[in-house]
Write a protein of this length. Structure first.
Length: 216
């Protein structure tokens, strides 16, 4: 994840020291998850909400993994972060609101109304639901086999290793059963597949710009 900590002059997540003095990077999806990994708990310091909180959401990790419905503020360094594709993809907000109002203009994938309010959304959300659902069936069998192996290994690990796995191996986007799209009307997922290797949004069709590698 460290390669996504600072991009285009914008920071995502934070760096802190463990109790041991070791410096670690805390990615966005661990911020405000109720489990501090920092000696001074910097990753949990800005997590309270009040009347001055500009925008809030239900923290995804706490809801999916710990079954705690906790409202947290959406912070500048938690907005429009890249998903950790090395693990199962999961966001900061259960509703994916962290993928709106991007600070970095290079991460903006388009504009739409979210809850009746016009806002920018990240490139990661455009055609995201469509693209990943096409691969769900293929992925499910492999995921189940890996889960069984992971479960056996976890039973043999000590408490610290189990805690580390709890951060890294759970909470896929596919587990978010209540997710039906970020934009009102789910318009960011009105996408088409001109070929087997490409998925594009309808607004990018026939715009005289090649978005597919094969030019389809």
């Amino acid at each position: 994840c460290e390669d996504e900590a600072t991009c285009g002059g914008f920071s995502y997540g934070l760096t802190c020291e463990r109790v041991s003095g070791e410096e670690i990077y805390v990615p966005v999806h661990w911020i405000c998850n109720g489990q501090s990994g920092c000696r001074d708990e910097e990753d949990e310091a800005d997590c309270r909400t009040d009347n001055t909180s500009h925008q809030t959401c239900i923290q995804y990790y706490r809801m999916q993994i710990r079954e705690e419905e906790v409202e947290v503020p959406i912070l500048d360094y938690t907005r429009c972060a890249a998903f950790d594709v090395a693990q199962e993809i999961y966001p900061y907000c259960k509703s994916f609101l962290d993928q709106t109002n991007c600070n970095d203009p290079n991460r903006i994938g388009g504009y739409c109304e979210v809850g009746g309010v016009l806002t920018s959304i990240s490139k990661a959300m455009v055609c995201y639901h469509v693209d990943h659902e096409e691969h769900d069936d293929e992925h499910d069998d492999e995921h189940d086999e890996e889960h069984e192996e992971d479960h056996k290994e976890e039973n043999e690990e000590d408490h610290d290793e189990e805690h580390e796995d709890d951060h890294s191996d759970h909470g896929s986007r596919r587990d978010n059963d209540e997710y039906h799209g970020l934009c009102d009307g789910n318009i960011e997922n009105i996408c088409f597949s001109p070929s087997e290797s490409c998925v594009v949004h309808k607004h990018k069709l026939c715009d005289e710009i090649n978005d597919c590698p094969d030019g389809s």
